[in-house]
Design a protein around this ligand. Structure first.
Ligand SMILES: [Zn+2]
Length: 270
């Protein structure tokens, strides 16, 4: 599943092709995505693109008339092609650009979506309830401490909760908790303010590193240049159950938290 770093990598990949361009028209080949592609999208014409932004894992293409919301779901990817490139199977939606390129949404499993908001998307029901961006200034230790206050749920589940902070997927949560020395199953309320300081900076570090490396997780993720966006990131705990810790003589353990395997080092994480 494309995680926040892949979505941000996609945003950075497609933005230069869209900025200053116009979406001439949109061709929907298969509207049966997670939510049906609204028919009004096929009717859109000549939309000058103002900016390509991201909120959580949604790409927002801001135009003069409104905003396209695109989510990559489980298996989606976006790619900019020149007009002579044949459409591939599973290229469900095509955005024809004034620079003669085509932005194509490829999504074999069709869990992605393409939606339209007549405003800037901020008040769209999918976006309006989301917590802060993990890399933004609103996500800081005091905020996180407040958000974890009184919460008995595992800290790993809480940092993966989109109402608390968006875009911290399973891998990044596990790796950030390892860096912060906090066990994934510890109750949120039992994470101190000084630990929140370390945890917030660990979350920013792991996501920032992944964005710099161009995304890490999905084998069939394809970035806008058509290159695989699968970069081996050095993982300390994720997927390493039973292997030796990189920083002590302990062995990485796995525990099921919120129906997901959560790996941690019992010596480095308390
Ligand atoms: Zn260790």
């Amino acid at each position: 599943m494309p995680e926040l770093p892949e979505v941000e990598t996609t945003r950075r990949g497609i933005a230069p092709w869209l900025d200053g361009s116009e979406i001439r028209h949109v061709k929907v080949h298969d509207a049966r995505l997670r939510w049906p592609v609204p028919t009004q999208i096929s009717a859109l014409r000549n939309l000058p693109v103002k900016a390509v932004a991201r909120r959580a894992k949604y790409l927002l293409i801001h135009t003069e008339q409104g905003t396209l919301l695109i989510h990559l779901g489980m298996s989606g990817s976006l790619r900019v092609c020149d007009a002579s490139t044949p459409r591939r199977k599973h290229d469900h939606v095509e955005f024809f650009l004034s620079n003669d390129n085509i932005l194509r949404l490829h999504d074999p499993r069709r869990f992605g979506c393409v939606l339209w908001d007549t405003d800037d998307g901020a008040e769209h029901p999918l976006l309006s309830q989301l917590g802060p961006e993990p890399l933004g200034e609103d996500f800081h230790a005091d905020y996180l401490k407040q958000a974890l206050k009184g919460r008995k749920a595992a800290v790993k589940n809480l940092i993966m909760n989109n109402h608390i902070v968006v875009g911290v997927g399973n891998i990044y949560a596990a790796e950030a908790l390892y860096r912060a020395g906090i066990r994934p199953g510890r109750a949120g309320a039992r994470v101190s303010l000084s630990e929140c300081v370390v945890l917030v900076s660990a979350i920013k570090e792991v996501l920032g590193t992944a964005i710099r490396q161009g995304g890490t997780t999905l084998r069939d993720f394809v970035n806008s240049d058509g290159q695989p966006g699968y970069f081996a990131q050095s993982l300390n705990v994720y997927g390493r159950s039973g292997e030796p810790c990189h920083h002590c003589d302990g062995i990485i353990k796995s525990k099921t938290i919120g129906q997901r395997a959560s790996c941690y080092c019992p010596q480095c994480q308390r």
